[in-house]
Design a protein around this ligand. Sequence first.
Ligand code: AMP
Ligand code: MG
Length: 342
Amino acid sequence: MSSTTILGIEGTAWNLSAAIVNESDVVAEVTHTYRPPTGGIHPREAAQHHARYASQVIRDLLDEAKQHGVTTGDIDAIAFSQGPGLGPCLRTVATAARMLALSLNIPLVGVNHCIAHIEVGKWKTPSSDPVVLYVSGANSQVLAYRMGKYRVFGETLDIGIGNAFDKFARNAGLTHPGGPKIEEYAKNATEYIPLPYVVKGMDFSFSGLSTAATDALKRASIEDVCYSFQETAFAMLVEVTERALAHTGKNEVLLAGGVGANMRLREMLDIMCDDRGASFYVPEKRFMGDNGAMIAYLGLLMLESGTVTDIDRSHVNPNFRPDDVDVTWIDGTIDEKLEGGN
Ligand code: AMP
Ligand code: MG
């Protein structure tokens, strides 16, 4: 039995990851991560890393797939992250994807990275029509499907929550990535330090909070500051997610993105969902951070619903918004069912 099979490549930031998926599962996945020796991610250096390792990653991927009985002849399309992300990284990965599609003579599918996080989460959990909290290094958004698009209900007005953590961590002398270290320190806190809670309408802002947390290190322990930073930032995210649930009438929350690894954030979302009678879904960790499987899987959904990307329209878009994408793979009557059920 043949199933649609897609090779997808992710490389919007520090993770270069390629995977082959079919309708039922991930066949193979190979990842090579850029780790800055000091400081944060330098876009050009990350892109050079991706350029250096792209052919090795693809070769290893094809070897691994072969062991599972899948060869290049089985691949129906090449999917790649068209954005959002760091320009130099996106361009490197797009070049590799175009080359592969041309040499295998199969279609190219440019996918939106944020939507890939959502769809892989829906694939790998029982969630079907969630409000999504997508929290990563560069992105922080609350999204949900409505009338043909993933609508952004709330988002950061400046930097992503992960970058806010990483920036603070760097100032505190911790190495990149800072998020996991902050979570560890927070466990040993004794006191909550008030920090700026910034929610404007349905949007939030983390830049000032990160600066205020750095400043608080002058008068409080790193444990207390890490704890207070987390509590404040997560309360902001949970508040907006809860309001999106109320507004849309949906009854599921799906967590996506690398910051979703944080157990305290999960606990807070779980309590909120419990209070509202909503289900809370978290995919396995390998599907939460940036991964090639999510790009391949969204490519599969797009190809099967008739969406491909011509080479001359395959330019990258560092500011690619999820609400710019026409969702061709979801049955639009999902909205009517929701309204009927209310
Ligand atoms: P992504 O951009 O989706 O690959 O996610 C990377 C971001 O997740 C970085 O900013 C990390 O600091 C952050 N992160 C990873 N693990 C945790 C954690 N346990 N708590 C908070 N942030 C985390
Ligand atoms: Mg991401």
